[in-house]
Design a binder for this molecule. Structure first.
Ligand SMILES: Cc1cc2nc3c(=O)[nH]c(=O)nc-3n(C[C@H](O)[C@H](O)[C@H](O)COP(=O)(O)O)c2cc1C
Ligand SMILES: CCCCCCC(=O)C(=O)O
Length: 320
């Protein structure tokens, strides 16, 4: 990993070392993977309008997120089945009381998954969890493995029995809020309508996400949907985003468009595959450095200086 200098270096190497069906599960998206691709390509459509002569000799990358200071507003999104990438896997993936007891500061509930999306590569590969691995959070339950038989219209992931509950509604958000004192963040909201319902339910945050393009092809890129959610409720709840972040300039763009913090999914998996915990640390360190350079050279000594006017859609320049 010594000579790896960007997320792409990790991604390329992970493609070489991971078994095909594991790689496809991590890499892949739903359907024709148009949403997956647009998570990346849409970032390129936004341009940074840099400012100059603004004393960037001292730089502060920290932010306050849900009342807590974070040293840099980049986090890791939840990804299942990490132990296929590295034996260390995810070392903290707990349920509500365990999360509270362990000192976690917020709960994130994924609301874009009444079912698991249809992923062509997983269906073709007959994806299942390797037999030595279990879903650790479901120990004792009959569904601790993902080995159900796939069909030509679904993989084992589309046959998870009662691990998924497609009957969930906004009433369940009320219930969840009633059993925990932790601030609740809903992950997977892409519309102003749902953002308003979420804010009215008293959630503390919304993570704008299309689940890495893995649920339904045709959903917008997360960065495209971000402004709709920010405009609807950005003054009432904290807004976060994930999907397609692979560079510090992506972080800058998302923050300028109203995200308080961004999260990465696959880049962390590539780090894990290439170097375990150390690989994940390197991914975060690379993104941090790139973000610091994007901020400073664009004229922002601190995260607070990243203003909405500093990022525009590329169409801005064709109108001039
Ligand atoms: C292999 C894999 C497994 C995932 N598992 C989950 C999951 O269990 N729960 C969840 O909310 N999101 C899950 N996600 C979605 C991520 O949390 C995140 O939204 C997405 O990966 C962000 O896009 P990115 O990979 O382009 O950074 C998964 C993503 C991947 C790639
Ligand atoms: C408890 C098993 C989870 C399988 C699906 C995880 C997921 O969200 C994904 O995108 O894959």
């Amino acid at each position: 990993m010594k000579h790896f200098v960007c997320v792409k270096d990790f991604e390329d190497y992970a493609y070489q070392i991971l078994p095909r069906d594991t790689l496809d599960y991590y890499r892949g998206g739903a359907g024709r993977e148009e949403t997956l691709k647009s998570n990346r390509t849409s970032f390129s459509k936004y341009k940074i309008r840099p400012r100059c002569l603004r004393d960037v000799s001292r730089r502060d990358l920290s932010s306050i997120v849900l009342g807590q200071t974070v040293s840099v507003p980049i986090g890791i999104s939840p990804s299942s089945m990490q132990r296929m990438a590295h034996p260390e896997g995810e070392c903290a993936n707990k349920l509500i009381k365990r999360a509270e007891n362990a000192g976690f500061k917020a709960l994130v509930l994924t609301v874009d998954s009444p079912m698991v999306g249809l992923r062509v590569a997983d269906i073709k590969n007959g994806f299942k969890l390797p037999s030595h691995l279990r879903l650790a959070n479901f120990q004792g339950d009959h569904s601790t493995t993902v080995s159900g038989k796939g069909t030509n219209t679904g993989s084992a992931l589309n046959n998870l029995g009662d691990l998924y509950d497609p009957s969930l509604t906004w009433d369940d958000i009320k219930w969840l809020k009633s059993i925990t004192h932790l601030p609740l963040v809903l992950k997977g909201i892409l519309t102003a309508e749902d953002a308003l319902l979420a804010a009215n339910s008293g959630v503390a945050g919304i993570l704008v996400s299309n689940h890495g393009g893995r649920q339904v092809d045709g959903w917008p890129a997360s960065i495209e949907a971000l402004s709709e959610v920010v405009n609807a409720v950005g003054d009432r709840v904290e807004i976060f985003m994930d999907g397609g972040i692979t560079d510090g300039t992506d972080v800058f763009k998302a923050l300028a468009l109203g995200a308080k913090m961004v999260f990465i999914g696959r880049p962390a998996l590539w780090g894990l595959a290439c170097g375990g915990e150390e690989g994940v640390k390197q991914i975060l360190s690379i993104l941090r450095t790139e973000f610091e350079y994007a901020m400073a050279i664009s004229g922002c000594p601190s995260v607070r200086n990243i203003e909405r006017s500093m990022v525009v859609h590329e169409s801005h320049y064709s109108k001039l």
